[in-house]
Design a binder for this molecule. Structure first.
Ligand SMILES: C[S@@+](CC[C@H](N)C(=O)[O-])C[C@H]1O[C@@H](n2cnc3c(N)ncnc32)[C@H](O)[C@@H]1O
Length: 215
């Protein structure tokens, strides 16, 4: 998507994707990645997700990247955290002890700036991107975080009946995008349409959220 699309969303506070609780899938399935406390976790397209706090509480160092300054500022303010802010090339680095948010464009992030990470958490990131960007997103993730396990949460529905984002990403597409990534396990798949009536109003008859472990 065009960066302006996301900036407008944040400026107008149209952020229905943001959860005011930690994602239950994360709590349930993160342990299956078998990481030890202290390992660094990358959260691409992180918004102001509370999941980053939860990951930090598990003992991880967390690095997120987010395009929009309102989101980054809100993450720290709303959680009573006082960040240090410094400029670094095309990014601004906002950090507290265990959490670093890189304010800038994911596609401009280079491996040297991110540093080594041990896992990736992708919720509402892959599905935030239109189909023609998703392969580039995965290829860039491969460059940034090669060979590390990933927890991925996707949504699937009849794309022709509703506009994204979030975009529908089918099981076939997940399998295709991650074909060369070792093991791919679907940990859960639940139809969440009843809990999301506005999607039923759009004419959908299924809205399946899936949780995947990659690698
Ligand atoms: C659907 S939201 C999901 C946010 C978060 N993962 C969550 O679960 O709440 C997608 C986020 O990605 C950000 N974003 C979109 N394109 C980006 C890019 N190229 N680089 C960094 N952030 C981006 C948007 O500003 C938005 O906050």
């Amino acid at each position: 998507m065009d960066p302006d699309f996301w900036h407008a969303r944040w400026e107008q506070n149209r952020i229905g994707f943001h959860l005011d609780q930690v994602n239950p899938w994360l709590v349930e399935y993160w342990p299956s990645l078998g990481l030890h406390a202290g390992s660094r976790v990358f959260v691409p397209l992180c918004g102001k997700s509370l999941d980053m706090l939860w990951l930090a509480e598990q003992g991880h160092d967390v690095v997120g990247v987010e395009l929009n300054p309102i989101a980054v500022r809100a993450f720290f303010e709303e959680n009573d955290l006082l960040p240090r802010v410094e400029a670094a090339g095309p990014f601004e680095i906002w950090s507290v002890e265990q959490i670093t948010l890189l304010l800038g464009d994911y596609f401009e992030l280079q491996p040297a700036q991110l540093g080594e990470v041990s896992a990736v958490y992708d919720r509402a990131s892959l599905v935030a991107l239109p189909e023609d960007m998703r392969r580039d997103y995965v290829a860039h993730l491969d460059a940034l975080a090669p060979g590390v396990p990933r927890l991925l949460i996707t949504l699937d529905y009849a794309q022709e009946r509703a506009e994204g984002p979030p975009f529908a990403v089918s099981d076939e597409e997940v399998r295709d995008l991650y074909a060369s990534h070792g093991s791919l396990t679907r940990l859960a798949a639940v139809d969440i349409l009843d809990a999301n009536p506005r999607y039923r109003e759009k004419g959908l008859d299924r809205l399946v959220e899936s949780v995947w472990r990659i690698g």
